[in-house]
Ligand binder design. Sequence first.
Ligand code: SF4
Ligand code: F3S
Ligand code: FES
Length: 244
Amino acid sequence: MGEEQKRMLEISILRYDPHIKECKPHIETYEVAESPGMTLYIALNEIRKHQDASLKFDFVCRAGICGSCAMVINGRPGLACRTLTSKMGPQISLAPLPVFELIGDLSVNSGNWMRGLNERLETWIHDKEEKDFTRLEERMEPELAEEIYELDRCIECGCCVAGCGTIQMREDFVGAVGLNKIARYRLDPRDKRSDAEYYELVGDEDGVFGCMTLLGCEDVCPKSLPLQSKIAYLRRKMAEIGWS
Ligand code: SF4
Ligand code: F3S
Ligand code: FES
């Protein structure tokens, strides 16, 4: 395909650096010539390399694994490195994920939020017995291992948090990401916490009862995790033991 046939993209970006006193939020629009297989991540790199070196955005893996390139793409949270420009119109708008601390432009500190969540929900195996390291690992049924693995695919990108209306009203809401983690540990027979101990963590309005079934989380999850059914599962289990 000749140069002249390349489609021109108009990429409008919400720019703001909260660390610069004179800086005010504003939109800047850049023109980028689309190349075959171009992702938004590639387009942003083109802008930073050839037009504006001050543009801030995050990435690590470029393969949908690290979760750091999440941003609002045409009004919807998603991963820049997994979004092909060929699937979009020529006008594209980008903004940082809401909820998380803004570092600047498209870069947010979701890592800090996720660290706090993991500490709060104690997202690690709680084995109350003395560990015998000479013992072979216990066998797990492949179906169960598969089910746990499915939930472990969360990359902590924050899209589900940014796409949830509840979190705008309840800043301590653990979001679908947090509820998914509790569902994952509850499934794991190596975690010896009791039902009451799990539900102590999420059995309130900042947890399961804060979710208003708005469904945005599952719609935007780039890993297509079954968030809805896991939230429903936790609700059901709580009802079974009469938790209120
Ligand atoms: Fe991202 Fe999905 Fe994990 Fe939410 S549940 S943080 S959207 S991967
Ligand atoms: Fe939010 Fe998902 Fe519940 S969008 S309200 S966590 S169903
Ligand atoms: Fe890692 Fe996009 S750069 S998910």
